[in-house]
Ligand binder design. Sequence first.
Ligand SMILES: NC(=O)c1ccc[n+]([C@@H]2O[C@H](COP(=O)([O-])OP(=O)(O)OC[C@H]3O[C@@H](n4cnc5c(N)ncnc54)[C@H](O)[C@@H]3O)[C@@H](O)[C@H]2O)c1
Length: 356
Amino acid sequence: METLFKTEPLTRAMEAIVAAGGSEPREARLVAENLVTANVLGHDSHGIGMIPRYIDAVLEGGLAPNQHPKATVDAGALLALDGRKGYGQAIGRDAMLMAIERAKRLGSCIMTLGNVHHLGRIGHWAEMAVAEGLVAIHFVNVISHARVAPYGGRDARFGTNPCCIGVPLAGEPPFILDYATSAVAQGKLRVAHNKGEKVPPGRLIDSEGHPTNDPRYAVIPPYGAMLPFGEHKGYGMAIACELLGGALTGGGTWHYEESSKQRVMNGMLAVLIDPARLGTAAAFEHETRLFLDWLRKSRPAPGFDRVRIAGEPEREMRAQRSRDGIAVDATTWAEIQRAADNVKLPRARLATLLAG
Ligand SMILES: NC(=O)c1ccc[n+]([C@@H]2O[C@H](COP(=O)([O-])OP(=O)(O)OC[C@H]3O[C@@H](n4cnc5c(N)ncnc54)[C@H](O)[C@@H]3O)[C@@H](O)[C@H]2O)c1
C-alpha cells in the first residue's frame, strides 16, 4: 500500500524529524528539501527513506548535526575540505558554494571534500554549479557497507560509488549524468525489497555468488553482492571513485570487514570549469547545439518514444510528481514514523504537519 504526499507538507514533516534529531532550522530544512527533491525527481532511493538511517546515525554518534566544512587547503583553485562528519546536505552546499565562487573567479576549482556524511543525490551538487554556468565533474566514494563485488570477484568489497557530470546547455536545461557505478543504486534495492518486487537480471549475486533477482541479498543478511554496471568498465569507474573520492580527498577508502554502523560517509572530488574562460565559448555553444539536434534525430527504437539526454527523465518526473504528489510505500513510512519516535517527535505532530 502506498500513500500520496504533496511536496511542501512532506518537506515540513521531514524537517521536523531532522530538527528533533538536534539540527538547527537551516540544516533541518536543507536536509528535508534535498531528500524530498530526490523523491520528486524520481530517485526514491535517495529520498525520505534515508531519514531513519540518518537518525540512527545521529543517535549512534556517527553523524554530527550543525557542522560546517573546515578548509585544510585554500589555495586559489585548489580547495581541500573536511566535512567533520556533518550532514552532507548542509556541508555539501557550503562546500559547493565555496568551490563555485573560486571557479567563477579563477576559471576552475578542484575541490576535495572528505569525511562528510551522505551527500544524497550527487546531481544536486552538479545542478548548483551548472546553474552558475559551470561544468561540474564529481567522483564519490561511499563508506557504509561493502555491497558491490569487483569484476571477477564473488564477494562485496566496496560501495555504490557514484559519479556525475553536469554540463550547462545554451537554450535548454542542462545535461546531468548522475548514477551509481553499481548496476543499480543500493537504495533502489531497499525500495524494491520494501515493495516486494524482484530486480532485473545482471544486478545481483547471492551469498554463494550465484546470480539472483531477489533484492533481499542487498538488504538483509546473509548478504550477497551487487555487480558494477557494464562489467569491467563500470568496475573501473567504481575504483576511480574510490581512489579520487576516498583516497585523494583524505576521507578514506573502504578496506574493512563488515560494519554494523548506520552512518554513510562520502568522499567527493569535484572539478568545476568555467567554459567561458577556455576561449571556446562560441564553439562550445555551437557544437553542443549541432550535436544535440543530430542526436535527437535518431529514430526511436521499439519501446521508446524518443531519444533523451541525461537530466531529462528527472525533469519529466518532477513535472509529474509536483502535480500528483509523491507515493511512499507502507514499509518506508513505518520506518520514518519509528525514526520520529526515536527522536521523540509525537506522531500527532507529524500528522498535523502532513495535513498542511
Ligand atoms: N551519496 C551516495 O553515497 C550515493 C551512492 C550511490 C548513488 N547515489 C545517487 O543515487 C541516484 C540514483 O543513481 P542510479 O544509479 O540509480 O541512477 P539511474 O540508474 O536511475 O541513472 C540515472 C542517470 O541516467 C539518466 N537517464 C535515465 N534514463 C535515461 C534515458 N532514457 N536517456 C538518457 N539518460 C537517462 C538520468 O538522467 C541520470 O543521469 C543518483 O542521484 C546518485 O548520485 C548516491
